[in-house]
Ligand binder design. Sequence first.
Ligand SMILES: Cc1cc2nc3c(=O)[nH]c(=O)nc-3n(C[C@H](O)[C@H](O)[C@H](O)COP(=O)(O)OP(=O)(O)OC[C@H]3O[C@@H](n4cnc5c(N)ncnc54)[C@H](O)[C@@H]3O)c2cc1C
Length: 447
Amino acid sequence: MPERSLRGIPAPVLLVLYLAVALAPLGIAYVRGGPSRPFLDDFSSALALVAFAMMLMEFVASGRVKTVSGRIGIDLTMRYHQLLARALLAFALIHPFLYTTPMGYPLPWDETGQLRLGLDGASIATGVLAWILLAVLVVMAIWRRRLPFRYESWRGSHALLSVVVSGLVAHHALAAGRYSQDPVMVGFWIVLLAVAVLSLGYVYTLRPVLQARDAYEVTAVEPVAERTWEVRLRALSGEGLAFMPGQFAWLKLGRHPYRITEHPFSIASAPQESPDIRFLIKEAGDFTGRIGETETGARAYLDAPHGNFTYMGREAEGLVFIAGGVGIAPILSMLRALRAAADPRPMTLVYGNRHAGQIVARDELAAIRQEMKLDLRHVLGEPPEGWRGERGQLDQRTLAHCLPPRPGEGWLYFVCGPGPMIDAVEDHLAALDIPASSIISEKFDYD
Ligand SMILES: Cc1cc2nc3c(=O)[nH]c(=O)nc-3n(C[C@H](O)[C@H](O)[C@H](O)COP(=O)(O)OP(=O)(O)OC[C@H]3O[C@@H](n4cnc5c(N)ncnc54)[C@H](O)[C@@H]3O)c2cc1C
């Protein structure tokens, strides 16, 4: 298999691009703005201009545009999406309270907005509504788990509300904004609005059309551990998916791809198994809870590959894998690919479960240990009598015991599982002096 590498814009370039777009309206306003106003007024306008640019960039930074998330990974992309949403909300909330120029209808002889803020009934209405709905949008995302909605309902409302708020802000800015009425600024907003709408349109309209041409068939659904299923798909085209071991896919099941219900799952098979593709799915809620009822022959659609959780394209003298529960899925994909490629590097797998019935692919892992330089460590929280493996949690004590004593500088650490487990393992690894740059994590939830 040819060596592949992660696609997407590198982090430093992303940062520069982000700052350039977020600050561009300030540059345009500075060059083309009218006579200066009191500092607080211009500061308030600056907050609003930057907040609007940030808001439109949130559409592109929603985790679905591979050019953005391809290198930095979905986890970091979502962390920034959430962080930047909070920051832009703060800018937007403060902005109306800083003006010192009186509010009021635009005066025909005040073309540069020196004497009045130039708000009419419609622009006040859209401004106030956008201000309230933006707060609702962000607060609903922060408190998503506490709300009595299904994940899918929340996600649909999040997308819809984002479009509505952007439309309201666009009207408010173009109708009342002192700087946004300048033709160059209008052009800038039109381009940014088009990028935002196109990125959303791609996810919800164009991508399903492409998926319809690239359908998969479910060829097997089998229980492989307690409440955990292996789902096997085959590409109907006969052409397999080009992915790197460890990456994940958005999966839709059903007769057609024009539905918004889709779920992210790591690919558990190796690329060498193409055109077959396997997932390990643990029952967690309404979709996964019924995965065992999926019939063979059912249609499936994938948006893939996503994510940067892979050893490919990275230099490493040795590899450490740390999996919690079903977090073994992308790690199995990597181990299966490394085995198929007869990779000679030393590796360690620390695989934590609560009890032995939850261990997936136990025999296969034992076989990989026989064939490769793999140090395999099972850790059980509730071990059965006579258990000879590790006992307890994936904590600092267990990790210190299981990890290679003095791994060279060039080792990479892959950690996968539920969010709280990842946070804890990352802290333990830091306490063991493993540099953060050597740790690559994949969280199975975004919160
Ligand atoms: C990158 C990534 C890879 C994953 N890989 C695997 C895997 O290999 N095997 C596995 O069993 N699980 C995996 N998960 C977790 C899996 O996506 C969720 O368990 C599943 O979506 C839950 O759906 P549900 O309707 O059954 O449960 P629910 O009760 O509806 O959801 C439980 C939680 O799962 C998350 N979730 C639910 N639906 C979605 C969705 N459509 N998109 C994003 N998050 C959602 C939300 O945080 C939600 O609160 C992965 C998650 C991520 C982010």
